[in-house]
Design a protein around this ligand. Structure first.
Ligand code: SF4
Length: 309
């Protein structure tokens, strides 16, 4: 068989190496959500087109990383965070999108970052590390690689670990405690800094909510068992499909033998877009009428306004 390898950027490379298996949280997570999807993405390496949500999330991540990575004694100003967004904006997922729509996404990202700054500037402590790369050797030629978004010093001199999320909805404490990703980061911190973190957290930057749990709430033994089980299944080339309600959004649905739908509900999406455009058009018409009236009030009721496009 071949083994799946990732490079530093987390990109998949399939090499004819019969032994070493390098995984990451997202790869394990993909395998657990659907083994066939994992095969399409990381073994067959079928191409996928990044959508706007992916590019929007990476742009926010890159801006946060640049801002926190300055590690200044005082919080850098909000303007430097917004500048980082401008500098690191990932346009790829917005290809073909109308300019107005793109601007809406960009402004939303600015609002999210302004909120992040307002939340953390008053309680700012310089980061110990941002995007800290790690490689965890789990034995049996299995390595888990990844990078931790943000590490900070706690008041007691310990470490706090944060992963930024751009989901619209925050997870519950129970879900965060069961996070495989945070369990991996807990193990990585012990390897990198010789001490486990005091706490770990998922920071949901869109709703502006950090869900933090103590180290004691994280089950690293279970996480290791889960990863080893996935590694065994990958080596055995168990790539059965696991269809769910999310299949219409799967990037590889066209290649999937069990997918029967047509993809995302294009009609419903079009109806929502149409409603939005109609509302905007009504607002524009109302404003045009106001402006025409204003001109008539000033120039006389017979005045007509003609504006060349
Ligand atoms: S369409 Fe569904 S079942 Fe098929 S590969 Fe994608 S997630 Fe798996």
């Amino acid at each position: 068989m071949t083994s799946t390898v990732v490079d530093h950027q987390g990109q998949g490379v399939c090499k004819p190496d019969p032994t070493g298996l390098r995984l990451s949280f997202s790869r394990v997570d993909t395998y657990r959500s659907c083994p066939l999807k994992f095969r399409f993405a990381y073994v067959d390496e079928l191409p996928s087109q990044p959508g706007p949500h992916l590019s929007w999330g990476s742009s926010i991540h890159a801006a946060l990383e640049a801002w926190w990575d300055q590690k200044l004694p005082q919080p850098p100003p909000e303007s430097s965070l917004l500048q980082a967004l401008y500098d690191h904006w990932d346009d790829e997922g917005f290809a073909g999108m109308a300019r107005d729509e793109k601007i809406t996404w960009y402004r939303h990202a600015q609002d999210v970052l302004r909120r992040h700054h307002a939340r953390y500037a008053p309680v700012y402590v310089p980061a110990v590390a941002t995007e800290q790369w790690f490689e965890l050797d789990l034995g049996n030629d299995v390595t888990v690689v990844g990078s931790i978004d943000h590490v900070q010093r706690t008041p007691s001199g310990g470490l706090g670990i944060v992963d930024w999320k751009t989901n619209r909805k925050a997870k519950t404490r129970q879900q965060v405690s069961g996070s495989l990703q945070l369990a991996i980061y807990t193990l990585a911190a012990a390897q990198l800094w010789g001490t486990e973190p005091d706490w770990v957290a998922l920071d949901f930057v869109v709703p502006g909510l950090r869900v933090q749990v103590d180290r004691a709430d994280i089950d690293t033994a279970q996480a290791l068992a889960d990863i080893r089980e996935v590694a065994t299944d990958i080596r055995a080339e168990r790539f059965e499909p696991t269809p769910t309600a999310l299949c219409p959004w799967c990037d590889w649905r066209a290649a999937c033998p069990v997918f029967e739908g047509e993809g995302p509900d294009v009609t419903a999406v079009a109806v929502v877009e149409l409603q939005r455009l109609r509302r905007r058009s009504q607002r524009d018409q109302a404003r045009i009428a106001q402006l025409e009236q204003l001109v008539r009030d000033r120039l006389g009721q017979d005045a007509t306004v003609e504006i060349a496009g």
